[in-house]
Design a protein around this ligand. Sequence first.
Ligand code: FES
Ligand code: FES
Length: 158
Amino acid sequence: MKQSISFTLNGKPVTVEVEGNESLLTVIREYLDKTGTKFGCGLGDCGACTVVINNEALRSCMLAVEDVVNKTILTIEGLEENGNLHPLQKAFVEKDALQCGFCTPGMIMNAYGLLLKNPTPTRNEVINGMEENLCRCGSYNRIVEAIQLAGIEMNKNF
Ligand code: FES
Ligand code: FES
């Protein structure tokens, strides 16, 4: 049975009429047209669908939308501010940390969650924090460099 489900998406309140057990990933992409969040495996294994929920990076393919009622969700589309890319987005560009780009939104959102917990991670801490996000293009080294660079840039702002 359809339910009216409300949460905050990228700073704006949204309400959708959906089956409560619909996956959050499907709702974000197909009902709310935020297609930056990618469908990779649909099984919780690749990280392409990662979003940040109440400041924690989570896999949206593994969550039912009824589990995020009244929560605050950030997707890749919500990172830029006033037309300015987020430091993580800039660092991925600067370090050339992508090839096809399919994994990139999930990588960036997982990194965002990581940097919230640990603003200046060591290389090994980045590797450990990102190890369950998969990149078929093998851009891992540049992704790690980008995340460390973003951490430095973000700390300059405080
Ligand atoms: S699509 Fe969600 S983890 Fe792969
Ligand atoms: S850049 Fe292609 S999957 Fe990561």
